[in-house]
Design a protein. Structure first.
Length: 333
């Protein structure tokens, strides 16, 4: 094994072990401070569980981003300003885990963090359209990961798989190392969340994971408007479920920013499926998404657009079919 590969493997093992140890400490802290999510009609768990375990992932990844930025591995502004944005997202999430904040206040911090990442992208000389796209993606993914963090293992396994997808799609250098560290840190957290949740990510963790996924995509080499669509395929499970559920709530005039159990993954749990089964189902879709994305790399642009549209339309059709069947079951029960 080349020396560089050995070093990367050692760093990943260290990140995983550090996240594991820090999650254990975070759990003790949460129990001591009574930071506990109680079961309720707007939650998918049945046992009171401490929250805030995602601080362990942040504590491992944030210094890594800063180190990569100062190491001069390329894309230095993205790493350093991305680290600043990650600190902001994690900080507001950590505060919210201790005492509820206004959703609009949290959103303002998320906008600032996304803007910092976008500035980092523009600073490296990337096209303006790409900086704008990264801003929108970062702002969206912070909230998407928060929306989708509702059952055991779902948010963290999806972050691991998306990091894998970014590697397979060509993430290089410091970006590739960051993807490995993110995946390793999430793997260190997972034993405390799967199959039985001993601690939740909390807002500090879910928002941070969404922002980190945006950072990985921001580090994509030589962005192209069409080729960049492939990087959105591994996100399709979360983007489709979050976007369509949000849209349906807005149409019905609901307070869409409040907690609920209307996502498909939550409906699956309500239907009697175990958390692990639902999480594995989402993982299977994401793995297929990665396979499609990788197989389309290097294809002509019309083929990439067609594959992207087909895959997302298929996901929308599955989502609509499930919601219709679930509504029918509810009427009959």
């Amino acid at each position: 094994m080349p020396a560089s590969s050995c070093l990367i493997a050692a760093l990943c093992v260290a990140a995983c072990l550090a996240a594991f140890a820090l999650t254990a400490l975070a759990r003790r802290y949460a129990l001591a401070r009574q930071l506990v999510d109680a079961p309720g009609e707007r939650r998918s768990h049945t046992v009171a569980t401490p929250r805030g375990g995602g601080i362990a992932i942040v504590a491992v990844v944030l210094p890594s981003m800063i180190g990569l930025g100062f190491a001069g591995v390329g894309m230095r502004p993205v790493f350093l300003l991305g680290a600043c944005g990650l600190a902001l997202v994690a900080a507001v999430g950590w505060i919210d885990d201790h005492r509820p904040l206004s959703p609009w206040g949290r959103l303002a911090v998320h906008i600032l963090a996304a803007a910092m990442l976008a500035i980092g992208v523009a600073w490296t000389g990337q096209p303006v359209w790409w900086a704008i796209a990264v801003f929108a993606l970062a702002l969206g993914l912070v909230n998407v990961w928060n929306f989708m963090d509702g059952i055991n293992g779902l948010a963290s396994t999806q972050a691991i798989l998306v990091a894998l997808g970014c590697l397979l799609l060509g993430l290089l250098g410091g970006g590739a190392l960051l993807a490995c560290i993110v995946a390793a840190a999430c793997a260190g957290f997972l034993p405390f969340n799967v199959p039985r949740a001993r601690i939740f990510l909390g807002d500090v963790g879910s928002g941070a994971l969404g922002f980190l996924v945006a950072c990985l995509i921001a580090l994509a080499p030589a962005p192209d408007p069409v080729v960049s669509l492939l990087w959105l395929l591994p996100l399709s499970a979360f983007l489709i479920d979050a976007a369509l559920t949000l849209l349906s709530r807005i149409i019905r005039g609901e307070r869409w920013w409040t907690p609920h159990v209307q996502h498909v993954y939550q409906r699956c749990v309500q239907a009697g499926h175990a958390h692990a089964v639902v999480t594995c189902g989402y993982a299977a879709w994401t793995l297929l998404s990665i396979l499609v994305a990788v197989s389309m790399a290097g294809a002509p642009q019309p083929v990439i657009i067609g594959a992207f549209a087909t895959w997302y339309l298929l996901g929308v059709a599955i989502w609509l079919n499930f919601r219709i069947r679930h509504a029918r079951r509810m009427r009959l029960s």
